[in-house]
Design a protein around this ligand. Structure first.
Ligand SMILES: NC(=O)c1ccc[n+]([C@@H]2O[C@H](COP(=O)([O-])OP(=O)(O)OC[C@H]3O[C@@H](n4cnc5c(N)ncnc54)[C@H](OP(=O)(O)O)[C@@H]3O)[C@@H](O)[C@H]2O)c1
Length: 322
């Protein structure tokens, strides 16, 4: 039977998802309603689908799956609680909402035996949460290192390769839909912090305590960073490091000069990368677009496919810790 979707938001990510969905008519789903702020705006989907009545959608008994893709974390949390408590599977890409409420959201999934998937919230198109729940679920991971913010990576690349000013490169990143609605979240490293928090929970089964999280962004680069990054054999990247020592999780995010033999050296523009150090598989590097309409939409589309096939995050590492 065709599953009915309630989609909330039709911005950058939702439009990429919708485009992908239209390319896959055999998926067995149909969008029943799309809730946006301004239902009168001209859209690329049939106008009859749009409404601004979120409350009505949340009460709609016919919805089988909610897909929440709005830029307001407070409303996103209300939607997530409503969906999970009513037993309706949910997809989200709202990293701030998920990072800030992860433990509650996992508890709700367990209590109401209702899955929630959020691949688009971490590293855009890279299917890392799915891989952590499957391929890596029976390995010990000692650390994860990567580039987790597409917007700042784009800015740093453009400043180096095309000598754009910081302001010009930021404007381009915003025009291309890579930057958050509030770009300071990208520039200060806060956005990479949200993703690292979610990752740490999936990798190590626990969040890092606030005193073990150190974040500095690219908003206050030192002269040394700028001078070193101009060398042809060096690049400046916002690197996130996640590690565990004696059971304690550490997150360290900072602008870092890397040299040409580093496997993250070639990761430019809006691309993200993750190096995962597993005790059996050794180092594996995942690279893919970390932001933008279609790449993030592709992650949402894959979450939908996974939900339709009864996939859910096992949170095995969390369970192991008891
Ligand atoms: N952009 C990316 O590359 C990217 C990557 C990964 C994750 N994300 C995450 O994905 C989410 C969506 O980001 P986006 O870039 O697609 O945002 P966006 O382009 O700013 O679009 C936001 C959408 O949400 C709707 N909206 C906002 N508040 C609403 C409310 N209270 N009720 C109903 N609709 C509401 C807006 O309606 P109107 O159209 O009427 O204004 C708009 O359609 C965010 O959580 C973001 O952090 C984004």
């Amino acid at each position: 039977m065709t599953k009915k979707i309630g989609l909330i938001g039709f911005g950058c990510v939702a439009q990429g998802f919708y485009e992908g969905l239209m390319q896959n008519p055999k998926l067995g789903v149909e969008i029943k309603t799309i809730v946006v702020k301004d239902a009168k705006k001209i859209r690329t989907a049939p106008q009859a689908l749009f409404t601004s009545a979120l409350d009505d959608l949340l009460k709609d008994e016919e919805i089988d799956i909610f897909i929440e893709l709005i830029d307001d974390p407070d409303i996103a949390l209300l939607i997530a609680r409503n969906a999970l408590q009513r037993g309706i599977p949910l997809i989200s890409a709202n990293k701030k909402m998920i990072a800030d409420h992860l433990i509650e959201l996992v508890a709700l999934q367990k209590k109401y035996t209702t899955p929630m998937l959020y691949e688009g919230a971490v590293a855009g198109s890279i299917p890392i949460l799915q891989n952590l729940a499957q391929f890596f679920s029976h390995q010990k991971i000692s650390s994860v290192r990567g580039i987790l913010n597409g917007s700042t990576n784009y800015i740093l690349t453009k400043m180096k390769n095309e000598s754009l000013s910081f302001a010009q490169a930021l404007r381009e990143a915003q025009e291309l839909g890579f930057a958050e609605t509030d770009p300071s979240l990208d520039l200060t490293g806060t956005d990479a912090g949200y993703k690292s928090t979610i990752l740490a929970y999936h990798v190590f089964g626990q969040c890092a305590l606030p005193e073990n999280i150190k974040i500095s962004g690219i908003d206050n680069l030192s002269l040394n960073h700028l001078l070193q990054s101009r060398r042809t054999d060096k690049k400046l990247k916002l690197i996130s490091d996640l590690s565990i020592h004696e059971g304690i999780v550490y997150i360290n995010i900072k602008p870092t000069i890397i040299s040409s033999h580093d496997s993250l050296f070639a990761v430019d523009e809006e691309y993200n990368a993750l190096e995962i150090f597993g005790n059996l598989s050794g180092k594996q590097t995942f690279i893919g677009k970390g932001a933008g309409s279609q790449p993030t939409g592709a992650a949402v589309l894959n979450d939908l496919y996974l939900l339709l096939n009864q996939f859910q995050y096992s949170y095995l590492k969390v369970a192991e810790l008891g």
